[in-house]
Ligand binder design. Structure first.
Ligand code: ADP
Length: 191
């Protein structure tokens, strides 16, 4: 399956992605993790990305798109993938569609994780990643509403919305049950 995960910062995409990746036997590709690896290894891409991560801005589309394209060319993605944190803008969604068109295989589902802002703020402040200060979190929330939330309409025909509050395995169960249902099958693939 080719799946995209969407949700505001702190909704638990990464946690759920790890479980779904295991259950579905497809690689978990997190753009946030890829960027952080580049930052740790001090690659040129990491040096460019760092200031965006630090302030909660999106890394420019051309940098992000190139990194994802490269990752999707690796052979472990042939049977599917779970994209966590990409696309985050309409431009990135179009870029992803173009990457997938060249392989002839579209997305099967977009899973949206939702959680109230006060709950996600608490989770993130507890996590304590360098970009998890209250100001930067608030900024990431605004960036999500402005730039990423419009993708929910864009993907309406394959969207599965999952309430991400409650025990972790129950949330994963909701997502897995939804993914096994007909409602999120991409009509383009059924034809
Ligand atoms: P969260 O979901 O908590 O915001 P992520 O690990 O997904 O955390 O992302 C952390 C940061 O990485 C973002 O604030 C942004 O700077 C950068 N980033 C991740 N994915 C993208 C993307 N698709 N486009 C641009 N920047 C991205």
């Amino acid at each position: 399956m080719r799946i995209v995960l969407i949700g505001p910062p702190g909704a638990g995409k990464g946690t759920q992605a790890a479980i779904l990746s295991e259950e579905l036997g497809i690689p978990h590709i997190s753009t946030g993790d890829l960027f952080r690896e580049h930052v740790t290894r001090r690659t040129p891409l990491g040096q460019e990305a760092k200031r965006y991560l630090d302030t909660g801005e999106l890394v420019p589309d051309h940098v992000t798109g190139g990194m994802v394209r490269h990752r999707l060319q690796q052979s472990d993605t042939r049977r599917g993938f779970l994209l966590d944190g990409f696309p985050r803008t309409l431009t990135q969604a179009r870029e992803l569609a173009a990457m997938l068109d060249s392989t002839g295989a579209g997305l099967d589902a977009v899973v949206e994780f939702t959680a109230p802002e006060d709950i996600v703020m608490k989770r993130l402040l507890n996590r304590g990643r360098p970009d998890d200060t209250e100001d930067v979190i608030r900024h990431r929330q605004r960036v999500y509403e402005r730039q990423t939330a419009p993708l929910l309409d864009h993907y309406a025909d394959i969207l599965l919305t999952v309430q991400a509050v409650g025990p972790i395995d129950e949330i994963a169960g909701r997502a897995l049950r939804g993914l096994s249902g007909e409602s999120v099958r991409n009509p383009r693939r059924a034809s």
